[in-house]
Write a protein that binds this ligand. Sequence first.
Ligand SMILES: [Fe+2]
Length: 313
Amino acid sequence: MSHSGTVRKKVLEETVTLPTTPELPTLGQLPSRGAFPANPGEFAHNLHNDARLSLEAVADLADRLPRHSVIYDSAAQPLLVPQGGPARGSLSRPGDVIRNLDQAKAWLTLLNIDEDPAYADLMNTALDELERGMGSRPGDMRKRVGFVFVSSPNSVTPAHFDIEHSLLAQVNGAKTVSFGRFESEQARRHEVERYWDGSHGRIESLPPELASYPLTPGRGVYIPPVAPHWVHNGPAISLSVTLTYFTAATERENLIEAVNARLRRLHLAPRQPGKSALSDGAKVAAMRAKAFASGLRHGDGDRRRAASMGGHQ
Ligand SMILES: [Fe+2]
């Protein structure tokens, strides 16, 4: 049975919470629809029926994960918070906050849920389906990382962008994800450089809104790298999962941006990515050599740093 057939059947059984748009593509169909991977696009999924994503299971996961894998903030956020992201690891028992989200007026992001084998399996099942649809070379989808986002009713995630390709799948409650467009290439460059200088992707001014996607359980949206977006959660507890990855192209561009940020700290004016193949190649080689040496000393630290903190809602 096709995935859309599954959705249709579920709609008949539970007309209140399940999606009424069986025409949405599955993850495997997403790459052949719209303007993937450059533009946002909606998809249908079945993660809202997965016991690993019940509120209780996620509360237990939050208590199991290392403390630095939990980001906590208050629910009442303005749309613009350009000074940076919230603190990590400030809660000793994050699961208790999740169990009392109705009163907690909080939102939490669980980072690197794939450190737990059951959630690595959940993430890989979904991303494998997308990767098959992409028809890309084996291994092109890399540095997979999963996040769970839980929030009290009506919480807001301020405007930001992420540097990964992200699949945001709604599991419980509702939210609206709105996308904007930088008004100029100069404005985009400004925010990309702020990111690499430490902004966590939180942007300084709200770009004009391009599109918004109301998400309910069973619906998700693909978020391209560096696409500004912000989120309004609905009047119920919201739980969503975000699965992220890089490709060879995005990884290469990010290595160059990281080198450029270092050069700016030395008061140099480095070339932007894509302006000089020679300069880009040298930067990538330098970063790979450094990452290799660092990996020998610290293990797989690079992968954890891949998780940006703008807001994987
Ligand atoms: Fe985000």
